[in-house]
Design a protein around this ligand. Sequence first.
Ligand code: SF4
Length: 694
Amino acid sequence: VIEMGQAEQSVVTTCAYCGVGCGFKAETKGNQVVRMVPWKDGQANHGHSCVKGRFAWGYATHPDRITTPMIRKSIQDPWQPVSWDEALSYAASEFKRIQAQYGRGAVGGITSSRCTNEETYLVQKLVRAAFGNNNVDTCARVCHSPTGYGLKQTLGESAGTQTFDSVLQADVVMVIGANPTDGHPVFGSQLKRRLREGARLIVVDPRGIDLVKSPHIRADYHLKLLPGTNVAILDALAHVVVTEGLVDETFVAERCEADSFAAWRDFVALPENSPESLEATIGVPAEQVRGAARLFAEAGNAAIYYGLGVTEHSQGSTAVMGIANLAMATGNIGRLGVGVNPLRGQNNVQGSCDMGSFPHELPGYRHVSDAATRTLFEGEWGVQIDPEPGLRIPNMFEAALDGSFKGLYCEGEDIVQSDPNTQHVQAALSAMECLVVQDIFLNETAKFAHVFLPGSSFLEKDGTFTNAERRISMVRKVMPPLGGKADWEVTVALANALGYPMDYGHPSEIMDEIARLTPTFHGVSYDRIEQLGSIQWPCNEAQPDGTPIMHVDAFVRGKGRFMVTRYIPTDERVNQRFPLLLTTGRILSQYNVGAQTRRTPNVEWHGEDRIELHPHDAEERGIREGDWVGVASRAGETVLRATITERVQPGVVYTTFHFPESGANVITTDNSDWATNCPEYKVTAVQVVQVDQP
Ligand code: SF4
């Protein structure tokens, strides 16, 4: 791991931004990182990186870092710096007081996809073993929870099917609701390489992302649908496949359930699901939908890549199932070059879900109501596990507002800036009696906290991340934790302060426990990861070197299950007061709420969120390039600067969500996915008007 060069040492670790999970060498002098060099042996990136990853150390030593624990009795009081012992015993005594006063279920925990697997595992263990309930959730709730649900229902496993390199064997690629060149740049480059080699491209997106038209690349089809109509277009594509004889009958007969296929086929074949019938709903000419469906179904290898433009809808889970249906019907599962590939926004979305940080599932996606699973964990943990699912994040907010949920341990997640309808989140946090925030910065959520526990960046701890292709990679400590404790040590100390003993000498021991308890991780250990470079789970007795491609000979659930995906329009409609549809996305140089990238200048740094308007909508409102505009929705209003562009279609506007000043989530609503409560960030009816500079 340690080499001598220009720097004093270099340590191989994994990027803490997006779900590609690039390997890097962090070069240091003393305790300072001086350079991040893409690691040529990195199995997700093969020596490539993007601008975010190359500059990924600046925030770690930013003057805004808080390295001393702090407490305050009320959020109106000033913070008091205290010792670790004082902060932890105050937090523990408050959680215990709340449980004695309001009941066992009055407290819970939220963990983050930015944390390591080991840290996430410990947070859900603390909630289940020390709090004695299942009130634990992860920020994957607000991004890819529909992926977990939809892929489990259809394929049997809550994970993507492929390795990233698989795209190099694809003949046709369909990108739905994702913008890989900005959101997942290293994978985006790999995809562009394949497109330059001649692979065909279908983009399904309300906006003209770079892939639609960039040097040497032209999408064969850009299905520029209206926001909120993913399920309708997937049904229309499926209609063409079924009614034009494009089903892979052999694959379906051998690999899929006959009954569920017949029900799905009969449903999508209905005239109401034809591209012509749905043309006005979707906003895409029927001939384009027919052409794209034929191109996809007739390809040798056709692969689907999708992102939050699919999941963050009131029918997010339905759309994920629609994607799986399409892949199964055309026989595009179980080999290189095909598959269903969720592009995970954060470094450890996959891992945080794998680790059981959902209120209904223990690690390995096993339901808490399953007695045999509970018995296994109870034997290891020495406690009784509640068989009832706990509260999801939005349910925690509702319970806080009705007075039944009073205490929250929140690690590595800025829920005020990340979650929809900011005013609602702030009201819920204000109603709590003990909010404990563990983070590297005093973020927007910490403004409502009673205890602040200093967190550690990825450079200050050992652990693992699991990327979008199920690849578990090492995160290695480059410098000591600035606050004196790594995040996993803080959770261990809090559990002990609560009276539940936890004792680990190193994160490798936490992974050993995960492996003992989780069949898909039975073969995973730090030694094995070191040997292989990284491991794609499942890794166990059956697949000792891991699993690059899933569902090869059979689906994890046995036979693939088709699900009927009836399109139900969202409740979020335009009207005279809110005549435009707002959708959201990312830019290359910033990452999520920007807490890290805003504190890390880089060569392509952008300093503000902007709203994109079509020239027609801008002219109608007298708005010029760079003007300040007020954006109002049913939830709230904010002010942004305007960019006039034909990337968006008339009637649709678009913004990013990287800056707290513009607060995109002030205007997003409480609508959410019917199955998982993933917020409907991608469809908000708004009005846009010119205003004076704020
Ligand atoms: Fe790789 Fe994503 Fe990090 Fe960029 S942000 S270096 S693509 S992991």
